[in-house]
Write a protein that binds this ligand. Structure first.
Ligand code: PEP
Ligand code: MN
Length: 338
């Protein structure tokens, strides 16, 4: 970090900074300029408390140089990470991996039927919630363990990797038993105990960005998982809360290249939750591929009007197939495959 002193800061104030920097186990390099003095702090200050310096007399600002996350950072790893889905497929390579399926598992027949259709259309993973984080406590809460069993049956039938949400620590073990990928939902992105618990497993984690989380907070959430030893993380942008109300959430696609600059972890986009409207899903899938996403996660339903959850943003299997055809052309234009 660099400590920038205010104009007119005194020698004593600069000396106090130098003393504190040394107490932190770091080296200092004081540069006296014509207008201002700056103290360059040398050494790994990633985990040091900047605010201790920021509030001192004579300090204008402290400018960090290193990201506050380490293992998730592009600074510590050359090249992109390719994360296994557990069925031979990966996310993060040249191929844009598509995960698709219903918001919720509703029955064995429903999930197996749609799994076959998604596989046929070229998906590599099957999504489906068995434990659902519903805003209203009286809404359908998911099928629980029975739903997990149906997902496992759909994997046996198709070979698709199973992606399902884990909402609490006590669900981690059972979800690992049936699923290939543990989804941490937007509402749980800052549930640090849950992040640490999934970090103890070696099951791939699909980490969704919180509704109001900054990119840095998102990456620090990934760091929580990695700090416990699980490096198999896929980041998922699923839209954020803004003042805009023609969509359910605002889907900020600039985060895709921004994340790819900040981290080696792959980035997937969820245009279903990202828009909340089925007619917007395909255009935003195309846009996501164009901007360089490593994968997509899309909600599909054979009968969206009667879906138990998120029908308005679910696309039909026919629309999904069409979308897959259309994103192939976009992928080619940006040197990717689907
Ligand atoms: C979901 O994937 O159905 C879901 C609840 O996602 P999110 O956590 O992004 O709202
Ligand atoms: Mn959903």
């Amino acid at each position: 970090m660099i400590v920038v002193m205010k104009q007119g800061s005194t020698k004593d104030q600069v000396e106090k900074i130098v003393k504190l920097v040394r107490e932190m186990g770091l080296k200092d390099h004081v540069i006296v300029g014509e207008e201002r003095t700056v103290v360059a702090v040398i050494g790994n200050d990633r985990f040091k408390d900047r605010s201790a310096l920021e509030t001192l007399d004579g300090v204008d600002k402290v400018v960090p140089i290193l990201a506050p996350y380490k293992m998730a950072s592009a600074e510590v790893k050359q090249g992109r990470s390719e994360i296994p889905l557990g069925n031979g497929a990966t996310i993060g390579g040249k191929k844009v991996g598509v995960i698709a399926g219903p918001c919720s598992v509703e029955s064995k027949q429903q999930i197996i039927e749609i799994a076959h259709m998604m596989k046929e259309a070229g998906a590599v993973g099957l999504r489906g919630g068995a434990f659902k984080p519903r805003t209203n406590p009286y809404s359908f809460q998911g099928m629980g363990e029975e739903g997990l069993k149906h997902l496992a049956a759909a994997r046996d039938a198709t070979g698709l990797a199973i992606v399902t949400e884990v909402m609490s620590i006590d669900q981690v073990e059972i979800c690992c038993e049936y699923a290939n990928v543990l989804q941490i939902g937007a509402r749980n992105m800052q549930n640090y105990n849950l992040l640490s618990r999934v970090g103890e497993t070696r099951t791939t984690v699909l980490l969704k960005r919180g509704l109001c989380a900054t990119m840095e907070e998102f990456l620090l959430a990934a760091e929580y998982v990695m700090a416990r030893g699980n490096h198999n993380i896929i980041l998922c942008e699923r839209g954020i809360r803004t003042f805009e109300d023609y969509v359910r959430n605002t889907l900020p696609l600039a985060i895709v290249p921004a994340l790819q600059r900040a981290t080696h972890l792959p980035v997937v986009v969820d245009p279903s939750h990202g828009t909340g409207k089925s007619y917007l899903v395909e255009p935003m899938c195309r846009a996501s591929v164009a901007v360089g996403c490593d994968g997509l996660i899309v909600e599909t339903h054979a009968d969206p009007e009667h879906a138990l959850t998120d029908g308005a943003q679910s696309i039909t299997p026919a629309a999904f197939q069409q979308m897959m055809t259309n994103i192939k052309r976009v992928a080619q234009a940006v040197d990717r495959d689907v």
